[in-house]
Design a protein around this ligand. Structure first.
Ligand code: ARG
Length: 267
């Protein structure tokens, strides 16, 4: 009898230890802090995320608010550099990253992405007086002689615009010599206004917002493919991915996602 009690006690201790390890670093809600959903963003990307006084506003901010509500969590927003969102999500510092973030093969190697909730495409912003009318205008010469003109293009560091432009000419880019990276999209646009770069390459909706907010700029279309925006979540947290996806699908089918998007983007 005594022996059985002892064995039972050992089994219980082992089970409890296993439990402790399994839930290590995660609360019951699957987030790092019980009851809180920490979203990392880079709030210089209107209409998806921007600041209004001390508050955050935009499509991502509103959708995230509704997701948190669905999950019964309090949303906490951290405004960080775009390039540090994925690392912070991977390390568990942030529960999710939501920043008009494009799903790419490369990023999928390090984080999971939710179902997509919006689409974007890269645009080129130039000065109204610029002679450039397309991406092709950045080049001169034909065939083997084809080379980039003496120009500089501004991008937000670590974004898809940066990745495309920094690629080699053979791969459809301009090469790093022709690219200047800025911390935010707004910094890149201000460099264009100041004449420090000849063009800025950035997602279409932020491009429209920046052109509306700054005099003397215009947008050129590009032939780049459409990009899907989604929320990134640590690969270590498949439960949260599932919860976010079911919240998203609820919000999509109830028309809430469309409602938020059309509030910020004129059809
Ligand atoms: N869609 C682009 C990307 O994923 C740009 C996103 C920039 N977002 C931001 N909040 N600054 O690389």
């Amino acid at each position: 009898m005594k022996k059985i009690t002892k064995i039972l006690a050992i089994i219980m201790v082992l089970a409890m230890t296993a439990c402790l390890f399994a839930s290590c670093g995660k609360s019951a809600s699957g987030t790092a802090t019980e009851g809180v959903l920490v979203m990392a963003t880079n709030a210089s990307f209107p209409p998806y995320e921007y600041t209004e006084g001390d508050d955050f506003a935009g499509i991502d901010v509103e959708i995230a608010g509704l997701i948190a509500e669905e999950l019964g969590l309090e949303l906490k927003i951290e405004d960080v550099e775009f390039g540090s969102i994925i690392g912070g999500v991977q390390s568990g510092k942030f529960d999710m990253g939501m920043a008009g973030m494009t799903v790419t093969e490369e990023r999928l190697k390090t984080v999971n992405f939710s179902d997509t909730y919006a689409k974007g495409v890269q645009s080129i912003i130039v000065k109204e007086t610029s002679s450039f009318n397309s991406f092709d205008d950045f080049f001169e010469g034909e065939g083997d002689d084809k080379q980039v003109k003496n120009i500089k293009v501004g991008v937000q560091q670590d974004t898809t615009g940066d990745i495309y432009c920094s690629d080699t000419v053979e791969n459809g880019g301009l090469g790093t010599d022709h690219v200047i990276q800025y911390k935010t999209g707004n910094d890149a646009v201000q460099a264009l206004v100041a004449g420090k770069v000849d063009a800025v390459i950035i997602d279409n909706e932020p491009a429209k917002s920046y052109v509306a907010a700054n005099k003397g700029l215009r947008i050129l279309d590009t032939a780049y493919a459409e990009e899907d925006y989604a929320i990134c979540i640590s690969k270590d947290n498949p439960e949260l991915l599932e919860e976010i996806n079911s919240a998203l699908s609820k919000l999509k089918s109830s028309g809430k996602v469309d409602e938020i998007i059309s509030k910020y983007i004129a059809a």
